[in-house]
Ligand binder design. Structure first.
Ligand code: C2E
Ligand code: CA
Ligand code: CA
Length: 575
């Protein structure tokens, strides 16, 4: 007995020593700063990374009261809350403003863990501190540069939506209305086609100027893209005020524009939706104003239209769309096409994106841009998305079986699919039934899918990551989500939005934005791919900005399965 006990003690002590050695190694070698403090908040130890981060001397810290927060940066109650929460729940995590020895402040991500003895007495706080000032700066840069339309200097879609959300919040408190005015030019395409792109650009600039001149300071005028503009009027008292605004805009547009020495009559159609009557989110208001505009366009006797609920049903295209979509699922009218993704240096295929096509029996091919939003609204996206995921997985399994070197196949997930509680289980079952290695399947999500409940989004992403699939953020740089959370998303790739690529050669700022995104991605351990690459010039610029993968017409249009297989064989040879 005695003998046994001693052996046991020795093993236990050995294990304990081993553990301590291990911890000491981690303490000394991690990149994050670590401080250990006693229950009275005196510093007991600091690791080399913290010293390097702040330039304090070890003696200035150890044995001294913990002074972690930049003077005046936080409310006292906020700081007290940190220790309180950590003591009560075991852990606190968040972003704080810390400082270095020279007094300079920096943004830090802080995690506080309370360590208790087996008898429950609080013994230490362990603080992990990461310097995220560089990332903060990059985020700011990207946001700033990605907020304005570079042609007209107007706020772009992202920023207009932000402002609209703000206006909604304020109107909610003040019980007032917000008018959302959607403007679409009548003859823009004609100008572009007959007088050329430069003339088109010139016209857009002039339109922007006039819109700004006929609106109030409190209004936001933005460009959504193409020839679509939006005016958010936060102090529109009622419909009469909305009508006055529309008339003012139409009047200002009725004068000819002087473009390259030619007088151009352009004109426009306007649709108006109101908060709170016609929707309570920016998205919904935008869509309803758009629909009203579409009506105004088709009934030229009224140049502007207010949204009303009947419009949804009246609109020719949406009429019967629901029945059509249901039939499409059962009659096999959907098809997937694949667009290769390549490595920039080698031009070898690293993967392909599956894109859905609807071969409508009478309407011909319908673009997903038209029916996906509709499918989202009606909830049919789940069935369509399930079909997409399933058939992409089946094709991938066949390609792997044939030894065809297609890399990682990616599938788009719409926000509503992402939020669906069935998602993680469904993805798992698709992978199992197709018998494919999970890391050969990638899911593309937009930032928009992750707004709202961040904790929930992180939980879903972790659920997907546990299966082993790859995750990518689509249309990166245009979304609404906070970049501050990027670090918490277990994703693999950022897909740089087409809009940055389109302007990268023309504009002097865009190469820098792309470079900033690539740096940010690097620092977070994500890969980057650029989409919509159409010219060699763009590819060259992207290469200079160290973006390594591209996708776009330059390499190939999206291809039907057979054409895609041929393309892969010709580019890669057999596996
Ligand atoms: P996305 O995910 O951003 O897909 C890229 C779109 O850009 C595709 O349009 C593609 O054909 C197009 N494209 C590719 N290369 C170039 C290029 O070099 N220049 C230009 N100008 N365009 C290029 P597509 O196929 O019409 O898809 C539109 C959107 O519809 C997609 O945008 C995606 O958001 C959605 N979508 C497509 N398939 C699916 C799907 O199966 N499920 C879901 N939920 N959404 C889908
Ligand atoms: Ca995509
Ligand atoms: Ca995209």
């Amino acid at each position: 007995r005695f003998y046994e006990g001693t052996v046991q003690d020795i093993t236990e002590r050995k294990q304990h020593e081993e553990k301590i050695r291990l911890l000491a190694t981690v303490f000394a070698s991690v990149a994050d700063g670590i401080l250990i403090a006693g229950p009275e908040l005196f510093v007991q130890a600091a690791n080399p990374a913290y010293i390097a981060m702040t330039a304090f001397e070890m003696e200035e810290l150890v044995g001294q009261p913990l002074t972690l927060f930049h003077h005046g940066a936080h409310e006292r109650s906020f700081i007290a809350g940190i220790w309180d929460t950590a003591a009560k729940t075991g852990r606190w995590q968040g972003e704080v403003t810390s400082f270095r020895r020279n007094g300079e402040s920096f943004a830090a991500s802080l995690a506080v863990t309370a360590v208790r003895a087996p008898n429950g007495v609080l013994e230490h706080y362990v603080l992990t501190i990461a310097d995220i000032s560089q990332r903060k700066y990059q985020e700011h840069q990207i946001r700033y540069q990605a907020s304005f339309d570079r042609l007209t200097d107007l706020p772009n879609r992202w920023l207009v939506c932000e402002r609209l959300e703000d206006a909604i919040a304020r109107a909610q408190r003040a019980q007032t209305k917000v008018a959302v005015t959607f403007i679409d030019l009548n003859r823009f395409k004609q100008v572009n086609d007959t007088l050329g792109h430069q003339a088109g650009d010139e016209l857009l600039k002039l339109v922007a100027r006039r819109l700004r001149n006929c609106t109030r300071v409190a209004d936001t005028v933005g460009r959504l893209g193409g020839d679509e503009f939006l005016v958010v009027a936060p102090d529109a008292a009622d419909r009469a005020a909305g009508a006055r605004l529309a008339e003012k805009i139409l009047y200002s547009m009725s004068e000819p524009f002087l473009v390259h020495g030619q007088e151009i009559y352009c004109g426009g159609a306007i649709g108006i939706a109101f908060f709170p009557d016609d929707g309570d989110s920016a998205d919904q208001l935008l869509r309803n104003a758009d629909l009203a505009m579409y009506h105004a366009k088709r009934n030229p006797e009224h140049a502007f239209a207010f949204y009303d609920q009947g419009m949804r049903e009246q609109t020719g295209f949406h009429l019967g769309m629901e029945a059509d979509l249901r039939r499409a699922i059962t009659h096999g009218e959907f098809e997937l096409v694949y667009q290769p993704k390549v490595d920039l240096a080698e031009r070898s295929i690293v993967g392909a994106e599956a894109l859905i096509r609807w071969r409508h029996p009478t309407r011909g091919t319908v673009s997903p841009a038209e029916f996906i939003p509709f499918a989202e609204d009606t909830g049919m996206i789940w069935e369509i998305g399930a079909w997409t995921l399933y058939s992409a997985a089946q094709s991938l399994a066949e390609w792997i079986g044939q030894g065809l070197n297609v890399g990682v196949v990616s599938v788009n997930l719409s926000p509503r699919q992402f939020q669906d509680a069935r998602l993680v289980g469904f993805v798992r079952s698709v992978i199992e039934s197709a018998g494919i290695p999970p890391e050969r399947l990638e899911l593309e999500l937009t930032e928009g899918a992750m707004i709202g409940d961040i904790e929930k989004a992180v939980a879903i992403l972790n659920g997907l990551k546990d299966i082993g699939v790859k995750l990518s953020i689509d249309d990166f740089g245009t979304g609404y989500s906070s970049l501050a959370y990027l670090k918490r998303f277990p994703i693999d790739t950022l897909k740089i939005d087409r809009s940055f690529v389109r302007d990268i050669v023309k504009s002097s700022t865009d190469p820098a934005i792309v470079g900033t995104i690539v740096n940010l991605a690097d620092s977070l351990g994500f890969a980057t791919i650029a989409e919509g690459v159409e010219t060699n010039e763009q590819a060259e610029m992207l290469k200079q900005q160290r973006c390594h993968q591209i996708q776009g017409y330059l390499i190939s249009r999206p291809l039907a399965v057979e054409a895609f297989e041929t393309f892969v064989r010709e580019t890669m040879g057999e596996e």
